[in-house]
Every structure is written in C-alpha cells, then in structure tokens.
Design a protein around this ligand. Structure first.
Ligand SMILES: N[C@@H](CCC(=O)N[C@@H](CS)C(=O)NCC(=O)O)C(=O)O
Length: 174
C-alpha cells in the first residue's frame, strides 16, 4: 500500500492525488501540517516538503518525479502519449511549469504587475489549447495534471477570471 504524505491545500500534492485517482491506486494519507511541520518529514524528504510517497522501504519526493514513477509502475490508464515525440512534449511542458508558477506565486504575494504576467502565461496555455483538447494532444495526461491545480486555485482563491481565456476555460471543464 502506498502512503502519501500530503497537505490538503498543496497544489503539488494535488498533482499526485490526481494521478493516484486516475489510475485507481489505493493509498493511505498521512496529513502534514505545513504550519507546524513535524521533524520526521525531513527523514522522508531532505527539503521537508510534501508530497512524499512511501511504499515499503521506497520513499520518493518531488511531485513531477512521483507522477512519472506512478506512470511507469502503474501503466494503465496511460497518462503519457504513446509516441516518443508526444512524451517529450509532455515532459517539456512539465519542466517549463515554472513559467506559470512564478507569476502565480507573485500574484499570491501581491507583487506589482503579477496579474499581467500571469495573464501572459494563461494566454500561452489558451493558445495551445485552441488546437487540441488537452495540453499534449487528444488525451488527458501528466502535463494537464502538472498545471491544473494552480489554474483551479488561481480561479477559486485568487479571483483570476479564467473565462477570459475560452479554450483554457473549456479545458478546465473537460
Ligand atoms: N518541487 C516540489 C515542491 C513541493 C512544495 O513546495 N510543497 C510545499 C507545499 S505546497 C511545501 O511542502 N512547503 C513547505 C516548505 O516549503 O517549507 C514538488 O514538486 O513536489
């Protein structure tokens, strides 16, 4: 049984919860209070951050790495495209996620121009989604998982109007 060290509000944890749910993997949750982090979490992850998964003696951190691990260990349903080019495109988007997270956290801090900077990135995603239903093509996959938790939180908690980007809004509904 997989254990997920988790924090409910954490979008990186949401990435892992989504993949676990998509693949129907049973798991148990150990909630970690980020406001009062237990010392033992540093034994699971030297950065002290969540998510972390554990299975017997195997312990793994970093949401994107965990998601790729789950994809390899539980291949069905596939969350990466079947062709090498499609897989590479998904990994490229995931590795460039900082382009969205930097302005996202800047909005959260209330930095000047942050909302405009986030809009530029949302417009970029919108453009991509005008040509295809999901970020790397016809099927929902790891790239969508990597971005969705932040888009939902921007919409629901930061009053970012996602409806201004119609392809992006359709993708969220999908
Ligand atoms: N790069 C990490 C980031 C994880 C992360 O930043 N998690 C936050 C919660 S959303 C955390 O544990 N923060 C505590 C801290 O930074 O001290 C990943 O993708 O898993």
């Amino acid at each position: 049984m997989i254990t997920l060290y988790d924090a409910d509000r954490c979008p990186y944890c949401a990435r892992v919860r989504i993949v676990l749910a998509e693949k129907g993997i049973e798991y148990e949750v150990v909630p970690v209070d980020l406001g009062d982090r237990p010392a033992w979490i540093y034994e699971k992850n030297r950065t002290g951050r969540v998510p972390v998964i554990e299975e017997d003696t195997f312990v793994l951190s970093e949401s994107a790495v965990i998601d790729e691990y789950l994809e390899e260990r539980y291949p069905e349903p596939a969350l990466l495209p079947p062709d090498p080019g499609g897989r590479a495109a998904a990994r490229l988007l995931i590795s460039r996620f900082d382009e969205v997270s930097r302005p996202y956290y800047a909005v959260r801090r209330g930095d000047d121009d942050a909302r405009e900077r986030l809009d530029v990135e949302l417009a970029r995603l919108d453009l991509l989604l005008q040509g295809q239903p999901f970020l790397t093509g016809r099927e929902f996959g790891l790239a969508d998982v990597a971005y969705l938790p932040w888009i939902l939180r921007a919409r629901d908690r930061m009053e970012v109007d996602v409806q201004r980007f119609s392809a992006l809004a359709d993708w969220v509904s999908r």
